[in-house]
Design a binder for this molecule. Structure first.
Ligand SMILES: [Zn+2]
Length: 503
């Protein structure tokens, strides 16, 4: 697929410390800032139209595009850690939340945003800047607060005309994507558009307060230290002051980090019991990995390694181990396998152990061509860390990398029972089935992958191919049912988006 001209790093500038952590679309996509003419304001009827179903469709379609963006971090350790945190917080919300998926973007600036359909994006820079797990949890909880109160849905239907124009354009872009056309008709990446929607909504002060309050309640009930929210506010305020020193930006001037929000949070935590901010080990390993991931290469990578090296001297316990782990991740990026091995041994010093370390050890052995060792490490790690998607995927890649596709399929099928909604597992299953010559099975697994990633036309195509290959009557009728269901969903999604675009 041809990528549109507007990619995420260009389209998003981050405004740390803005009233909400909001995303701005600056200097990109001419016309987006222009005041639309002749668009009727959206009334009560249209508010009813942005049903949870449409919100979900929008969110899925945005993510279908977003996952292809180079800033999207597909790392299983990162995705699982953030999403587990989001779901833990959401399970303590005052009313049920259907769906929460948290992902990270490769961007050193401090920001987070909520998309339609329960998707929450967190910049790597925010995780790196957080001094403790509860600080990070406070931002995730705040964004879940927006999801809980349905601010995105309400804002999209009730706010100013500019955001309506934006969402209409977004619906148009997504329709093009849903029709399976090879290029986005709007010439604008849906992901950037969605972020722009978030920016244009400019949640009201009241909405921000609601999100802070419900976020803080979730934090306390989920067992995070509520003081983390106040500390995060302080960090955001400092970051915003630094930004202003560098020339300032229009958003921070209109949405200052309000004293009101901070004192509000302070007053509310006074009533809550103080908690030791221990946090999970995983926070430190994921943070170290993201520090390296966001630097990528060159000078930035060397600077990240310097910070990690200082941490190996100045910290102890899990933080020291995580810093060594980060250095191992960096060495792997350079394909300096001896250095990675040494750093991993340091990360394990003092009996330290983590799923992230175990996963990297498997990947290292495989990269070194030591497939027997990779398989052995994979078996041990899967037993030691049965709940880790990163370990599971590393083990499966070790099996595939050493030609054990039949065993890989057995492991994959068990893991798919455990995590049916992880697209990568279905993709790997399709690869192994294909190599084993089970072609209809491979197509069916691929269809599942596409369905989970919001690419419905591609899913239908895979099922049709499977149908053509199959000679079994029962399998054929089963496939016919699936194809019909997916087509119906595709049609109703299209109809919803079409109505929204015309409003
Ligand atoms: Zn907010």
């Amino acid at each position: 697929m041809k990528r549109s001209a507007l990619t995420l790093p260009e389209s998003l500038r981050v405004i740390a410390g803005a009233g909400c952590l909001a995303v701005a679309l600056l200097g990109a996509a001419p016309g987006l800032h222009a005041q639309p003419v002749g668009i009727p304001s959206m009334g009560v009827a249209s508010a009813a139209e942005l049903s949870p179903g449409l919100e979900r469709t929008l969110g899925d379609a945005i993510m279908e595009q977003g996952r292809r963006d180079p800033t999207y971090i597909a790392d299983p350790d990162v995705l699982q850690y953030l999403t587990d945190m989001g779901r833990k917080l959401a399970s303590h919300a005052s009313s049920p939340i259907e769906r929460v998926n948290v992902f990270a973007l490769r961007d050193p600036q401090i920001n987070a945003f909520a998309l339609p359909g329960g998707y929450i994006g967190i910049n790597s820079g925010l995780v790196v800047a957080a001094g403790s797990e509860s600080e990070l949890a406070s931002v995730v909880a705040h964004e879940i607060g927006h999801v809980l109160q349905r601010h995105i849905a309400r804002g999209m239907t009730q706010s100013a005309q500019s955001s309506h124009a934006m969402i209409a354009a977004l619906a148009g872009a997504l329709l093009a994507a849903l029709s399976g056309s090879p290029d986005l008709a709007m010439g604008v990446a849906a992901f950037g558009q969605a972020a722009a929607v978030d920016r244009y909504l400019g949640f009201s002060r009241q909405a921000e307060q609601e999100a802070d309050r419900s976020g803080l309640d979730m934090m306390i009930r989920a067992g995070y230290d509520p003081a983390g929210m106040v500390r995060m506010f302080e960090r955001l305020e400092n970051a915003s002051r630094l930004n202003q020193g560098a020339g300032g930006n229009p958003y921070t001037s209109t949405h200052p980090m309000s004293v009101q929000r901070m004192s509000d949070a302070q007053n509310r935590i006074r009533g809550a019991a103080a908690r030791p901010d221990s946090g999970s080990d995983a926070f430190w390993y994921v943070r170290a990995k993201l520090r390296v991931e966001q630097a990528r290469a060159g000078q930035a990578l060397r600077a990240a390694e310097e910070v990690l090296r200082a941490d190996t001297r100045q910290t102890q316990g899990v933080q020291r181990s995580a810093a060594w782990y980060g250095l191992a991740v960096a060495a792997m990026k350079r394909r300096e396998f001896d250095a990675a091995e040494k750093a991993l041994a340091e990360a394990r010093a003092g009996g330290r152990d983590s799923a992230q370390i175990a996963g990297l050890e498997i990947a290292l052995a495989l990269a070194q061509g030591r497939s027997e060792r990779a398989l052995q490490l994979g078996r041990q790690a899967a037993e030691r860390w049965p709940g880790s998607q990163g370990v599971a995927l590393a083990q499966i890649e070790a099996l595939q990398g050493s030609g054990n596709d039949a065993e890989a399929v057995r492991v994959l099928q068990a893991r798919i029972k455990q995590w049916p909604e992880v697209p990568r597992l279905w993709q790997l299953l399709a690869q192994s089935q294909e190599r084993l010559g089970r072609r209809p099975e491979a197509r069916k697994a691929m269809a599942q992958f596409y369905e989970l990633t919001g690419a419905l036309p591609a899913a239908v195509e895979q099922l049709q191919q499977a149908r053509a290959m199959s000679s079994d009557f029962y399998e054929q009728s089963e496939l016919d049912v699936r194809i019909r269901q997916l087509r119906e969903r595709l049609e109703s999604d299209r109809a919803l988006l079409e109505r929204f675009r015309k409003k």
